[in-house]
Write a new protein. Structure first.
Length: 205
């Protein structure tokens, strides 16, 4: 079981890749992401759920690159906005908007809303080139802050407040965030089962 396995993270997001590399440290996996493979076609994330999009990204990367691939689809669901931005979280302010433009638009949408409850959801799909996949999911409940705060993290982290610590995700260090975040919880489950996952990958590649 000590044989090194290449696992492709189906993203070009450096922040996400860094988080996942840290969460899976200590296991016999070599983590790569899409930037390590040059130009490959973009996947259209047109699924109606996080699970559909996660599987679509993971299975496409695995098939095209010939390595097992992991993809997560994550998003912020705000109760006062009917669950938006949801699966459109990354494109909420337009296809090429910055993180700041996205969370600024969301704060504008929240003007006058008394309920600030929200949750981050994460679904992780681990796929092999033949199409089979494993799925893991988790969520983290919190509140939308009135103003952005903190300098860490990425995405909507500056405006997502986690009440038990009274901090936004951006105000947390990586250890704090990984312990409570949607992605951290999903990857804890993956870490707990990673020996089984590695065996499953070896059987199917």
């Amino acid at each position: 079981m000590n044989e090194m396995i290449t696992l492709v993270i189906a993203t070009r997001n450096k922040g996400k890749t860094s988080e996942i590399r840290e969460l899976l440290s200590g296991y016999p996996v070599k983590i790569k992401n899409l930037d390590d493979f040059g130009t490959i076609p973009e996947v259209v994330e047109d699924g109606q759920t996080f699970e559909e999009n996660a599987y679509k990204k993971a299975s496409f990367a695995a098939r095209v690159l010939g390595f097992p691939a992991l993809a997560d689809d994550s998003g912020l669901c705000v109760d006062a906005l009917g669950g938006a931005p949801g699966v459109l979280s990354a494109r909420y302010a337009g296809e090429h908007a910055t993180d700041q433009e996205r969370y600024t638009r969301l704060l504008m949408e929240m003007t006058g809303k008394s309920s600030r409850s929200a949750r981050f959801e994460c679904v992780v799909s681990i796929a092999v080139p033949t199409g089979q996949a494993l799925t893991y999911e988790a969520r983290c409940n919190g509140l939308i802050a009135q103003t952005p705060s903190g300098t860490g993290g990425f995405g909507y982290d500056p405006i997502f407040c986690y009440p038990p610590l009274n901090k936004t995700f951006s105000e947390m260090n990586s250890e704090e965030k990984n312990a409570v975040s949607h992605r951290g919880k999903a990857f804890k489950e993956i870490r707990d089962e990673f020996d089984k996952i590695l065996k499953w990958i070896q059987i199917h590649i």
